[in-house]
Design a binder for this molecule. Structure first.
Ligand code: NAD
Length: 254
């Protein structure tokens, strides 16, 4: 590992680490040397991931977390810090999408998306930042937004609204937290193949979507590694309030 991106001595907390990008982020951070608290609602798959990381000489502990519940958040942070030490990297990755026409979206569905994607990111960032400030060591908060935080698409009103809010929350927090040596940046992926969307993306709809992407393909999980390690490490020590878009050119095209 290039020493610029080395994370030895760091403690990372990754939310929504039981599947998809969160699972991959946890492995990438562990490979770079960080001890990783892997957190999600489903702890069975987290235990598998912790074993996999240990087998590759990393250190990870599974922690139950529901980002919509502030008590669950504080318990998760306390466990992570007791087991691994002060958190220096937070990857706010947990997120959901409910795809439905706006006219049919139920209030409960709208609230669930806001509670997870926006309130969850906010409560996680606020509580972890409070710990970082109290302990005085600074750190890096990485919010996982989306290209749908800058552009929009049909049938995903709540998702688009929350991701746009996460982008500007990232900027707002970066201003207030800079004096404490806490950097806050956002990752805005386009379509990235994961276990959950692979069938859809490799089907007929995927073929249509691909034509709108200048690089004519979907991203792979590893395509986010460079930006993740940049934002997590000292390589980005003069970078805060930034959004890195990784989308094969999708949002550059009209
Ligand atoms: P995913 O469904 O595989 O992962 C989401 C994770 O969040 C899961 O582990 C899930 O259990 C967890 N989660 C959901 N609600 C939670 C809650 N209340 N508390 C704790 N954990 C919760 O999807 P993914 O594609 O890996 O998405 C990860 C993040 O990346 C999301 O924020 C998503 O919006 C964003 N994103 C994904 C893509 C993509 O193409 N895959 C593109 C842009 C943005």
């Amino acid at each position: 590992m290039n020493s610029l991106f080395n994370l030895e001595g760091q403690v990372a907390l990754v939310t929504g680490a039981s599947s998809g990008l969160g699972r991959h982020f946890a492995q990438t951070l562990a490979t770079a040397g960080a001890k990783v608290a892997i957190a999600a609602r489903r702890t069975e798959s987290l235990s598998d991931l912790a074993r996999k990381i240990s087998a590759e000489d990393g250190r990870a502990i599974p922690i139950r977390l529901d980002v919509t519940d502030p008590n669950s958040i504080s318990a998760c942070i306390d466990t992570a810090e007791t087991e691994l030490g002060p958190i220096t990297i937070l990857v706010n990755n947990a997120g959901i999408a409910i795809s439905k026409p706006a006219l049919e979206l139920e209030r409960e569905e709208w609230d669930r998306v806001i509670d997870t994607n926006l309130n969850g990111v906010w409560h996680m960032a606020q509580q972890v930042a409070q710990h970082m400030v109290r302990l005085g060591h600074g750190g890096s908060i990485i919010n996982v937004a989306s290209v749908l935080g800058e552009r929009a698409t049909g049938q995903l009103a709540g998702y688009c609204a929350t991701k746009a809010a996460v982008v500007n929350l990232t900027r707002a927090l970066s201003i207030e937290l800079a004096r404490y040596n806490i950097r806050v940046n956002a990752l805005a992926p386009g379509y990235i193949e994961t276990d959950i969307n692979r069938d859809f993306l490799t089907g007929p709809m995927g073929e249509k979507l691909k034509k709108k992407i200048p690089q004519r393909g979907f991203g792979q999980e590893r395509d986010l590694d460079g930006a993740l390690l940049l934002m997590a490490s000292d390589a980005s020590r003069y970078m805060t309030g930034s959004v890195i878009t990784i989308d094969g050119g999708q949002s550059a095209a009209v």
